[in-house]
Design a protein around this ligand. Structure first.
Ligand code: GLN
Length: 533
């Protein structure tokens, strides 16, 4: 039977509960435990797949094709857990299931209510992961902040679960903010006291209070929190600000968090430090040998979270090359207005990430052209591959106004067109080509020299594809088709010969990159960026 860690957040949002959950998972794995992590999201969307990145940030995709919250990306980057659609539970998903059952007559005769029907459904969804993923410890992160109306059913569900599980089988961790007030010259514990009081009002008592703070909390501050929140002093742990998120497991360990959790769960494991992680990740981030500037050209540039996995995977590529990465975030609409040179001159690599809709498209096409003509390493991902194809077709193969039918239905050269299976799709939710598909990599290409194998599996999230009618004519102009899906014959990777490094893929390699195991394409992209003048 799995043991559980429930993680709630208080005081303010954006405290990094996702990273805290992932870092705890990392520490427990370094002690030899198998972990899995679940994110509960209290919004009513069934999944974030239909949400604008400005609303929600990136949509993370799992191998089994679930469109999930971006925290699952942190979980997979920090741990070895293989997450599935079951690892993200939303209010929408819970209600959808309960209402479907009600219509079928499963509750016949009963009034269907939040307690017990919604809360039971939440509990069953959490327990399901314990059966299917057979983890020693399951970490359950509850999204939002204590006090949110919509989070209440989830909190009630974990309150009940904790009771059912009994001692040694569950730990409640509450993450709060302990702010430093500059003018007063001191830290304040009151918000934490209020937040814990709110939690206790609904019947949840934290076992551990994890305090986000700029500096390590003094013994007095911890004593005060312990006294007012009725926890042991050693259960008040500082989660001190760290420079890189990847330092979090090391920082937590210094505070004895893993030891404490294991004691509360009554699990005995030798006290092993996450040494491999410290050496392979943290030390390399701290002492880079080189530096490189790479531009990411997109339309959600102002938002930190919209290209989360892309930025992380670039960081991993930099770690693998012992390099300090400087990311230049370029709004593609600015390029449309003022030209590529103004924004891209001097950068050593250009990455165009995924995206939807026509805004900023021409700027991205100009960025791809700029990379191709100036011998700057180019990495196109999903829409970024479609952009590379459009640019090459227009400016090298002479197909004037070639386009994707996503942006121009009546183009003479529809080099990117709707997937056959997509033509009949009417609904928006979970209806793209999603999840892992195989790709055969052609020898003698940049893709092969990165992967060093012929068969790879990569995750997808798109509706449009390269139109195979144009394969032969583009080949003649030295456009290389270096990755093909063996079953469907869909183009997965393209390259340009006679260029330092120009590669674009229809899939999302960023979802499989880890700090201690950079994705080969990101590693080689950064390497190529380092080697140009
Ligand atoms: N809009 C494009 C498509 O649907 C690209 C999607 C993406 O970049 N994720 O095919």
């Amino acid at each position: 039977m799995s043991k559980y860690i429930f993680i709630t957040g208080g005081v303010v949002s954006s405290l990094g509960k996702g990273i805290a959950s992932a870092a705890i998972g990392n520490l427990l794995e370094s002690r030899g435990l198998k972990v899995s992590i679940i994110k509960c999201d209290p919004y009513i969307n069934v999944d974030p797949g239909t949400m604008n990145p400005f609303q929600h940030g990136e949509v993370y995709v799992t191998d089994d094709g679930a469109e999930t919250d971006l925290d699952l990306g942190h979980y997979e980057r920090f741990t070895n857990a293989k997450l599935t659609k079951d690892n993200n539970i939303t209010t929408g998903k819970i209600y959808y299931s309960v209402i479907t059952k009600e219509r079928k007559g499963d509750y016949l005769g009963k009034t269907v209510q939040i307690i017990p029907h919604i809360t039971d459904e939440i509990k069953n969804n959490i327990k399901k992961v314990s059966f299917s993923q057979k983890a020693d410890v399951i970490i359950v992160e509850i999204g939002g902040t204590v006090g949110d109306i919509e989070g209440l059913p989830f909190l009630e569900a974990i309150r009940q679960l904790r009771l059912e599980l009994g001692r040694d089988y569950a730990v409640n961790i509450h993450l709060t903010l302990v702010p430093y007030i500059k003018t007063a010259g001191e830290i304040k514990t009151k918000p934490t006291q209020h937040s814990v009081a709110a939690l206790r009002q609904i019947g949840i008592t934290p076992d551990i209070i994890l305090c986000r703070a700029e500096k390590k909390l003094s013994k007095e501050a911890r004593e005060k929190i312990a006294l007012f929140c009725s926890v042991d002093i050693d259960a008040v742990v500082t989660a001190v600000d760290v420079k890189s998120i990847y330092e979090a497991p090391i920082a937590y360990r210094k505070e004895g968090l893993d030891k404490l959790i294991l004691r509360l769960l009554n699990v005995k494991r030798p006290d092993k430090a996450p040494l491999e992680w410290e050496e392979a990740v943290v030390n390399k981030i701290k002492k880079p040998k080189y530096k490189v500037e790479i531009a990411v050209v997109g339309k959600y540039i102002t938002l930190q979270d919209a290209y989360k996995s892309i930025y992380e995977a670039l960081t991993h590529g930099a770690i693998a090359n012992e390099t300090k990465l400087v990311i230049k975030r370029v709004d593609s609409e600015d390029i449309t207005k003022r030209g590529a040179d103004k924004y891209l001159k001097g950068v050593k690599g250009i990455l165009v990430p995924g995206g939807f809709g026509p805004r900023g498209i021409e700027g991205k096409i100009q960025a791809a052209q700029y990379a191709r003509e100036n011998g700057i390493p180019y990495f196109g991902i999903c829409l970024g591959m479609q952009i590379a194809v459009i640019e090459f077709a227009r400016n090298v193969c002479g197909m004037k106004k070639a386009h994707s039918t996503e942006f121009s239905l009546d183009t003479k050269y529809p080099v990117i067109s709707l997937l056959e299976e997509q033509k009949k799709v009417k609904v928006k939710g979970a209806s793209m080509r999603l999840g892992a598909y195989a790709c055969r990599v052609k020898k003698g290409t940049n893709a092969f020299s990165a992967y060093q194998k012929e068969r790879v599996d990569e995750r997808h999230r798109h509706r449009y594809e390269f139109n195979n009618e144009y394969r032969d004519v583009m080949k003649k102009d030295n456009f290389v088709f270096s990755g093909i899906n063996p079953k469907s014959n869909l183009v997965e990777i393209v390259e340009i010969k006679d260029h330092p490094w120009y590669l674009a893929c229809q899939f999302h390699p960023e979802f499989q990159s880890k700090p201690n195991k950079a994705h080969p394409l990101f590693r080689d992209f950064v390497k190529a960026a380092l080697s140009i003048e």
